[in-house]
Design a protein around this ligand. Structure first.
Ligand SMILES: C[S@@+](CC[C@H](N)C(=O)[O-])C[C@H]1O[C@@H](n2cnc3c(N)ncnc32)[C@H](O)[C@@H]1O
Length: 409
């Protein structure tokens, strides 16, 4: 029976599926194991497809414009337009040469001129588009080489003997260390390990179902938040710059690899949805309540983000604003005034230091949303319990840096 039936089963299902069927002789059991094997194969295929997508994209020089009108289509339209102008020019010129007076009276000269301009324009656009693609390929090549040097990519030879490179399958610990190293070296505006640890504690304490982050940048804080989220919770991270959307997706993908992640029910990347767009416009389009809001976008716009999210905040939601120390007298002033005086919030300042600097005080403004005005029970009438801190303006940051430099000298 085994020998006869095995060929009918999909590969992989024989051993676990059919043998048990044989012993238990139950059709239902057999179907169950066959389905399990099918699902395993599907998951494996999805993983390979995803991996292939992340492999060397050198042959795919895409720009943001690409998403509206793909390059092959664009080049075809430009090429066809240039070719039609050329043909019209040739016909017009032949006509003019054979019967000059008649063709001139017919407006032949003007038509020839228009077609010549068209020819120059379309062929120029065609050439510019092709050369910009070449430049992008060159730039990508340099980035790839830097990534290989940094240990992000590994080189391999594909089936056709071509030298390719692909992102290394690392894990969340590795990626966080790598981003911190990069952040410290280039002074990137990441939340940093110190404030990041406070943020993670706040997320663990709040156990939110839905978290919204404003400003993904390269996904550092998104990885930290996702690591602290309870199972089944989601993070929607918003970023207005497409190149950072792509970068954060890339690092989130890498952070989801590795043995520990594969064993997890939900790898880091599965918990995070990075959305492209201005947070002020995107937040109102979200459905469902927001239980935790992390604001780390443009300082002057913090209040706009909060106002956009306010109708969706669930009672007891936690709102955390980064850089509430360094920008307290600058861009964050209206935001801090609002949360510290509004009866809708109970707010406190959690002290820390500016990312990558021990000598510049900074911190997070942590505000609890007490509910919509109608839903308040009067508990918010108490004075807001925030502690006033020594806050720094841009100028204060600059002078602190100068003082530190002098001290070093
Ligand atoms: C300080 S960085 C975010 C750092 C990140 N949270 C981290 O710790 O890894 C600020 C980011 O906000 C983005 N941004 C600025 N204005 C925005 C807006 N209106 N909506 C969404 N993102 C915005 C910027 O492009 C930038 O990438």
């Amino acid at each position: 029976c085994l020998r006869v039936c095995r060929p009918h089963l999909p590969r992989g299902s024989h051993r676990c599926g059919y043998r048990r069927t044989y012993f238990k002789s139950g059709l239902k059991k057999r179907a169950m194991f066959t389905v399990a094997a099918e699902q395993r194969r599907k998951a494996q295929k999805e993983r390979t497809d995803e991996q292939r997508k992340m492999e060397d994209e050198l042959k795919d020089p895409r720009t943001p414009f690409e998403y509206l009108l793909p390059r092959p289509l664009r080049l075809t339209v430009l090429g066809a337009s240039a070719a039609s102008c050329l043909i019209a020019c040739l016909i017009g010129a032949a006509h003019l040469a054979s019967e000059p007076s008649l063709a001139k009276a017919d407006g032949g000269l003007q038509t020839l001129g228009v077609n010549l301009v068209g020819l120059l324009l379309f062929s120029g656009l065609f050439a510019a588009d092709s050369s910009s693609a070449e430049r992008r390929i060159e730039k990508r090549k340099r980035i790839r080489e830097a990534q290989i040097e940094f240990g992000d990519r590994e080189v391999y030879v594909n089936e056709s003997g071509e030298k390719m490179s692909k992102l290394k399958e690392v894990d969340d610990d590795w990626i966080l260390r790598r981003l911190e190293r990069w952040g410290r070296r280039d002074q990137l505006p990441l939340v940093g390990p110190r404030k990041g640890a406070i943020l993670q504690d706040l997320v663990r304490e709040a156990r939110p179902k839905t978290v919204v982050e404003v400003g993904s940048f390269i996904g550092y804080s998104a990885i930290l938040i996702a690591r602290a989220l309870p199972p089944g919770s989601r993070l929607v991270s918003m970023e207005s710059d497409l190149k950072f959307v792509l970068a954060s997706k890339r690092f989130l993908w890498q952070a989801s690899q590795g043995e520990a992640n594969k064993a997890r029910e939900e790898p880091i990347g599965k918990k995070v949805d990075v959305q492209w767009g201005r947070a002020q416009d995107r937040i109102p389009r979200l459905d469902g309540p927001i239980d935790f809001l992390f604001i780390d976008g443009r300082p002057r716009e913090y209040l706009e983000y909060l106002k956009a999210a306010e109708p969706l905040l669930s009672p007891g939601a936690v709102v955390v604003a980064d850089n509430a120390g360094v920008f307290a007298d600058g861009g964050l002033k209206p935001y801090l005034e609002y949360v510290r005086t509004s009866p809708l919030y109970r707010t406190r300042f959690v002290e820390s230091t500016f990312e990558w600097r021990d000598d510049i005080p900074d911190g997070l403004e942590v505000s609890e949303f007490l509910g919509a005005p109608g839903a308040q029970s009067g508990s918010s009438s108490a004075a807001p319990p925030y502690r006033q801190q020594t806050s720094c303006s841009h100028r204060a940051v600059a002078s602190a840096r100068t003082r530190a430099r002098r001290r070093k000298k």
